[in-house]
Design a protein around this ligand. Structure first.
Ligand SMILES: Cc1cc2nc3c(=O)[nH]c(=O)nc-3n(C[C@H](O)[C@H](O)[C@H](O)COP(=O)(O)OP(=O)(O)OC[C@H]3O[C@@H](n4cnc5c(N)ncnc54)[C@H](O)[C@@H]3O)c2cc1C
Ligand code: FES
Ligand code: FES
Length: 499
């Protein structure tokens, strides 16, 4: 289909001819004069550009997701419904309210959550998502909902209070009715436009693997995009030009999550927010890392596939996935193959992907009852920050408390994502899981890695943290009754402290 069609505040928008990497934010402001949505950083860090997308959740009621419009390429919206702050004050939507303001807007007025007002539309859209969420039970969730929105003048207390007022309110309004009736439409699109500076630009969004292989064969230099939270920056910040972009958004199979007796199979295109919702309770180590990953808006677009293929040595998901013993399913026109997550990374920002292969599924095996897994992220800020050091750790003991399997995977300690501390592991394997043995093994971490020094941390700091995280892991594993070692350590999912 060469026409892009989406719904903006319930109005159908048709676009013929648009650069594939035009962001929704630019389109709203430059083409539709919808300037309620603000631009702050254009890189996902401030939340001023937050809008809400209506998203399907297989087997559950669809839901609104707050996302950063500065990182969303317009053609990704094919067939979708998007809401901006202009769409909230619609009298017909709130018949009981004479002014027609949405509860999220009213809450911000009541708590005096706005001063200069620049951040306010973005905050209101984050609160709009919170209003219709059906999982707002815990205290940390309001903070988490707002962690992608910066405000430089008001102070966060009144804004948080506004969040508490509306979280999970789910009023019986037209937004709720629209949400409940929502069915996703065909996401196929193939749209081309002239880029003022660089010539033609094409965006193709196939909806089947056959169409994907064909598009890749016809466009060998094309780049893939999933959530766009990495690729988007290459456009908005580094001004890169991509003549052909192929979107993975339309491949429904990549967005499936399944539970088998062996473990979890998570489609590479599932958003990280969805991963948290579905597998978080069973895999607290994964949930905990995701809690500190970017922001709510970033996670609602970012995917596991994108994080793995990015292969950044400071990417947060590789260490915890390596600790969990994940296997990656790759799919290409020549068939499917499975690789261990550690064999997936072959060097600095390098992976073993060949030809037209993509990452299709991440397989995570069950965590046995006599095993314990945890994750750690050490960064200057708790939220919206890059790790100085990240780690995923797994230990499995026999009945005598002797280490039967151990995986200590680190990020930020070498050029390769998810590097294993092999010497330290060897020093612990076959020995009792005691503090004495841990302390004896800790210096081995220095033999495993020669970390770099950069603006995030010195090499010495990284080494010290990496050693201490091992002790922290041992302490955490003993926080509960030793004999009850299982996959649900008390307090693993919690805000605060070393994440
Ligand atoms: C504000 C902000 C905060 C962030 N915070 C964090 C953080 O805390 N921790 C962290 O680790 N990262 C963070 N990131 C980086 C980014 O969000 C993640 O790497 C994310 O997982 C990328 O997923 P994506 O789907 O958006 O990738 P995209 O941008 O769509 O793609 C990234 C790369 O992967 C390729 N790709 C994507 N999916 C596939 C696939 N299935 N098969 C083959 N190739 C594929 C694309 O071609 C592209 O080269 C942050 C980014 C931003 C903007
Ligand atoms: S403009 Fe700052 S997050 Fe989009
Ligand atoms: S009210 Fe001024 S930035 Fe938030």
């Amino acid at each position: 289909m060469d026409t892009l069609q989406f719904w903006l505040n319930d109005r159908r928008i048709e676009v013929t001819g648009v650069n594939g990497t035009t962001t929704l934010l630019r389109y709203l402001r430059d083409h539709l004069a919808a300037t309620g949505t603000k631009e702050g950083c254009a890189e996902g860090d401030c939340g001023a550009c937050t809008v809400a997308l209506l998203e399907e959740r297989p087997g559950e009621t669809p839901t609104y997701r707050a996302v950063n419009s500065c990182l969303l390429f317009l053609p990704m919206l094919q067939g979708k419904r998007v809401y901006t702050v202009e769409g909230l004050r619609d009298r017909s939507r709130s018949p009981d309210d004479p002014e027609g303001y949405h509860p999220a807007q009213l809450a911000m007025v009541e708590t005096r959550g706005s001063q200069c007002g620049y951040c306010t539309p973005g905050i209101v859209m984050s609160l709009f998502e919170a209003t219709y969420r059906d999982d707002m039970g815990a205290d940390w969730q309001v903070d988490d909902q707002l962690c992608g929105n910066l405000c430089r003048c008001t102070g966060y207390k009144p804004i948080r209070e506004a969040g508490e007022k509306v979280a999970g309110l789910r009023p019986d309004d037209l937004f709720k009715a629209t949400m409940e009736q929502y069915r996703a439409r065909d996401a196929a699109v193939d749209i081309t436009a002239r880029d003022g500076l660089d010539g033609m630009q094409r965006y193709i969004q196939p909806t089947s693997f056959e169409a994907l292989w064909q598009a890749r064969a016809e466009n060998p230099g094309a780049v893939l995009v999933a959530g766009g939270t990495d690729l988007g920056l290459r456009v908005t910040k580094f001004r890169e030009h991509f003549p052909v972009v192929i979107g993975l958004e339309g491949l429904a199979e990549l967005r499936e999550i399944e539970r088998s007796p062996m473990g979890w199979q998570i489609g590479a295109g599932v958003s990280l927010t969805r991963v948290m919702e579905v597998v978080g309770e069973e895999l607290p180590a994964l949930h905990k890392m995701l809690r500190w990953f970017g922001s709510r808006q970033v996670r609602s677009r970012a995917t596991l596939g994108g994080n793995l293929v990015n292969a950044s040595p400071i990417g947060d998901m590789p260490p915890v996935l390596a600790a969990l013993g994940a296997e990656i399913e790759l799919r290409g026109s020549n068939g499917t193959r499975h690789v261990d997550i550690e064999d997936f990374f072959t060097g600095y920002r390098k992976t073993c992907l060949e030809g037209d292969e993509i990452v299709a599924v991440v397989h995570i095996p069950n965590v046995p009852r006599n095993a314990f897994c945890a994750s750690y992220k050490v960064s200057k800020r708790r939220e919206l920050d890059i790790s100085a050091v990240a780690a995923g750790m797994y230990v499995e003991l026999d009945d005598a408390g002797v280490v039967r399997h151990i995986r200590l995977a680190y990020g930020g300690m070498s050029a390769v994502a998810a590097s294993r501390a092999r010497r330290t592991e060897a020093a612990l394997l076959g020995h009792s899981w005691t503090r004495e043995n841990i302390e004896a093994a800790m210096p081995m971490v220095d033999a495993d890695f020669l970390p770099i020094a950069d603006h995030r941390a010195s090499a010495r700091y990284r080494s010290t943290v990496a050693r201490n995280l091992l002790l922290g892991f041992w302490l955490e594993s003993h926080r509960r009754d030793r004999d009850a070692f299982d996959a649900h350590p008390v307090g693993t999912v919690r805000p605060g402290g070393v994440a």
